[in-house]
Design a protein around this ligand. Structure first.
Ligand SMILES: Nc1ncnc2c1ncn2[C@@H]1O[C@H](COP(=O)(O)OP(=O)(O)O)[C@@H](O)[C@H]1O
Ligand SMILES: [Mg+2]
Length: 382
């Protein structure tokens, strides 16, 4: 049997472009290649949104050396054909038919459902959250609203459009007066703590809203969880999801687990042991067994509620005094796939990506069984 062709798609027009490159190469492409089961094709979307495909794009040195732009200038961007399948049309009309797409994109134009929508239209099986789940997860207000409507505890919140704040500040501020300080103000779509503020009083609120509204058309304002223990739960699976270990990222003094801590300190040149957050976390989280279980159960419930499949990571905020577990957000495409956590939970990088490809195929199979057409006489009347 010939090998499955897996296209790993990464980069894209996102603030997390560079992080996506590392996720794709280190946590997806390498283990897929190591597995030996697949023909692995790197598909890189540059910062302007052009698509490229070339074996050299799997080499991290190309990006870290700063030579990527010169290299791309010599390549022809890719054309995509999607007549019932996904085909990558390369130079001299060479065509690669993709059996499974593996998005390794983070943030906007990739993790937020846009790419998944394209893959859905193409009819190609793809790894990870389906388009609607990804879109909901990437809107913090929508995700919280949905979770809360099904009885999942969230901190008390309000959301509004930036334009409505501009039009009538007073009305919005009156609504927000029902929330108890300290508050968190967030753009609903961005990640990596960009433009998020913690505000202690109403004087600081307006400026925080203006900052968030500068980055996003929707703003979320929510009550802070006190006596905070933050945990994150990587999850894998379709209908029967299972959790890896409940992990506890450790906070900085600023009380914000920010971009610097997440990505800069743990890199190769930093002090952390491995890439990313893992040098800065307790794994497994240091929680009493009942609370640990409750975190796991809440995360799994949210995963299923949002319609996640394949993989995602659910972040929770725990008030250690009251032992209340609050849902915070879902990351439909966790950086590095949270492979360090899966490894500790007994799943190797190779097993992880193999399972994800299998889950993508399973989901596509199940979708094919759903009826997508029925005949009607509707057109006959015209
Ligand atoms: N309601 C809250 N109470 C306490 N801390 C919070 C709250 N919301 C966010 N934080 C802190 O801010 C960080 C970033 O917020 P989050 O909503 O997770 O955004 P991001 O998408 O940037 O990860 C969280 O990891 C947590 O440390
Ligand atoms: Mg977060």
């Amino acid at each position: 049997m010939s090998k499955l062709t897996v296209a790993v798609i990464f980069g894209s027009r996102s603030t997390e472009h560079d992080i996506s490159i590392v996720t794709a190469i280190a946590s997806v492409i390498k283990p897929l290649e190591l597995s030996g089961k697949y023909n692995v094709v790197p598909v890189y979307i540059d910062k302007k949104g052009k698509w490229y495909c070339d074996p050299s794009l799997s080499d991290i040195a190309l990006y870290s050396s700063g030579n990527i732009e010169a290299f791309l200038a010599k390549l022809k961007p890719l054309a995509i054909r999607m007549d019932g399948k996904l085909e990558l049309v390369l130079k001299r009309k060479k065509v690669i038919t993709v059996d499974v797409a593996f998005p390794a994109t983070h943030g906007t134009h990739g993790e937020d459902g846009e790419l998944m929508g394209l893959l859905e239209m193409a009819g190609v099986p793809y790894v990870g959250c389906p388009m609607p789940a990804a879109a909901i997860a990437m809107d913090k207000a929508l995700a919280k609203t949905l979770a809360a409507s099904e009885g999942v505890l969230t901190s008390k919140f309000e959301w509004f459009y930036g334009r409505d704040f501009e039009a009538d500040r007073k009305a919005i501020l009156t609504r927000l007066a029902g929330l108890t300080y300290p508050l968190f103000v967030k753009p609903v779509h961005l990640g990596s703590s960009i433009a998020i503020s913690r505000v202690e009083n109403s004087q600081a609120l307006v400026q925080a809203i203006e900052v968030a509204a500068h980055y996003d058309d929707k703003v979320l304002v929510e009550e802070a969880v006190n006596n905070l223990i933050e945990v994150t739960v990587p999850i894998i699976g379709n209908q029967e999801p299972r959790a890896a270990l409940v992990e506890q990222p450790l906070l900085k003094d600023s009380n914000l687990f920010d971009f610097e801590t997440k990505y800069m300190n743990g890199g190769k040149k930093g002090k952390g042991k491995e890439n990313g957050a893992q040098g800065y976390s307790k794994l497994p989280a240091d929680l009493p067994p009942k609370l640990y279980k409750q975190a796991e159960t809440t995360a799994l419930k949210v995963y299923s509620l949002l319609g996640c499949a394949g993989i995602a990571r659910v972040d929770l905020l725990i008030d250690s005094r009251t032992s209340q577990v609050y849902f915070n957000e879902v990351n439909p495409l966790p950086g590095s796939l949270y492979a360090h956590n899966w490894r500790q939970a007994g799943v190797s990088n190779v097993q992880l990506v193999e399972e994800l490809v299998d889950l993508a195929l399973q989901r596509a199979q199940q979708r094919r069984q759903l009826s997508t057409a029925f005949s009607s006489n509707y057109l006959k009347q015209y």
